[in-house]
Design a protein around this ligand. Structure first.
Ligand code: 1CP
Length: 357
């Protein structure tokens, strides 16, 4: 399969404009995990195909990516995949267990770090590029396509814990007791992430998001030592490599869930957009990022979608008013839950687009 970079013209520029700090005609909205389990058509699809079969087959991944756009007036598509395809490409086994989530049956040990090889990993992930290329064409320029990756620390944490965890204490133990191995692993993941993002952009991703979902388990010391330098390397090296390949730069989003304790530092990492989770007050965000040249993305509580339609509308409008005056992309403050009512998603999207801009 080859890359077809003869892309259709983009008709909806709200997201890219907001990311670059230009004023869009209406506030852009997309929803983290919008192509997922809350959609009955996705549940049906999953009965026929395993999770990774969907990820690895460009036609299937494209179909699932387009599902939410047929239902809602969203301003972006996000390619269907998962952050754990990187550990998989590094040779670790990853299972998607229904009702449990991802499980890595043989978690990473300290001795194992030496054996991990970055070479060839991105080549193995080229199926994500093919899915992106196909989807970008199938979108016919309707909305931009978002590519994504997990951040180094978040991937490290899943690799060591072998799946989700309440405390991530095994992975955090490395940060205190095995600093050298931790930095080695984070550096290797950063190398892979940089090339993975460049590959996604080359195949057609128009903006990329780095998910640091496990930022909430760290503090300012740990985040400064084990995350900020790597996140900075990602934003600068992706741009350098794009330049070297004569590819246009794309905006980059960093979403460090629960990373309120170093919001200000995040603004200096070279990302155009910072995602903020649902625990942070818009007024706090505005105060901390005052005068920083950056777009904010977020942050409706995903469980607000269970509220009555009139309450939900009120919560959304309150949030939009509070973020007014800020460069802004509307989203939830974390991924949508599997039992989120479909009607509420429509109420959310419509409330955003009907809001006086
Ligand atoms: O629509 C979209 O957003 C695109 C698809 C997507 C994305 C962006 C999926 C599909 N996963 C992700 C990112 C992802 N995966 C993150 C970052 C966002 C976040 O914090 O929620 C994380 C932490 C994961 C890891 C993961 N994969 C979890 C969380 C586990 C835990 O306990 O921490 C789970 C449950 C998955 C499985 C998964 N990924 C995606 C879907 C649709 C599913 C459900 C599995 C299924 O259908 O069987």
């Amino acid at each position: 399969m080859s890359i077809n970079r003869n892309f259709p013209a983009l008709k909806n520029e709200r997201l890219l404009k907001a990311a670059r700090g230009e004023k869009p005609d209406k506030l852009p909205i997309w929803i983290m995990r919008q192509a997922g389990r809350y959609l009955p058509e996705f549940q049906e699809y999953r009965k026929q195909h395993s999770f990774f079969e969907i990820c690895q087959n460009p036609e299937y991944a494209c179909e699932v990516t387009l599902m939410p756009l047929r239902r809602f007036d969203l301003d972006a598509a996000i390619i269907f995949s998962d952050i754990l395809v990187i550990p998989q490409a590094l040779g670790m086994e990853v299972e998607m267990r229904p009702g449990v989530g991802p499980v890595l049956p043989e978690p990473l040990t300290l001795q194992h770090v030496e054996k991990l090889k970055a070479e060839g990993a991105v080549k193995k992930l080229e199926y994500v590029g093919h899915a992106i290329n196909l989807t970008r064409h199938k979108l016919e320029g309707k909305v931009p396509l978002i590519g994504f990756t997990g951040a180094p620390w978040t991937l490290m944490a899943y690799m060591i814990e072998g799946g989700g965890s309440k405390t991530y204490s095994k992975a955090k133990k490395w940060l205190y007791a095995s600093k050298e191995e931790s930095h080695k692993l984070l550096g290797l993941l950063t190398d892979v992430i940089v090339d993975y993002l460049v590959m996604q952009i080359e195949y057609g991703a128009q903006i990329v998001q780095v998910f640091d979902s496990n930022a909430e388990y760290l503090n300012k010391y740990l985040y400064s030592e084990f995350c900020l330098p790597y996140l900075k390397r990602i934003s600068s090296e992706v741009r350098e490599k794009l330049k070297a390949k004569s590819l246009e730069e794309v905006p980059m989003i960093l979403f460090a869930k629960g990373g309120w304790y170093c919001l200000e530092e995040q603004a200096d990492l070279g990302y155009e957009v910072l995602g903020v989770d649902w625990t942070i007050e818009p007024s706090y965000v505005k105060k901390i990022l005052n005068n920083k040249n950056i777009t904010i993305q977020g942050n409706l509580d995903p469980t607000a979608l269970y509220a009555s339609n009139s309450d939900l509308k009120m919560f959304v409008e309150k949030m939009l008013e509070e973020f007014e005056g800020q460069r802004y992309i509307v989203n939830l403050g974390h991924g949508i839950y599997p039992d989120a009512p479909i009607d509420s998603v429509k109420t959310f999207v419509d409330a955003v687009h009907n809001f006086k801009a």
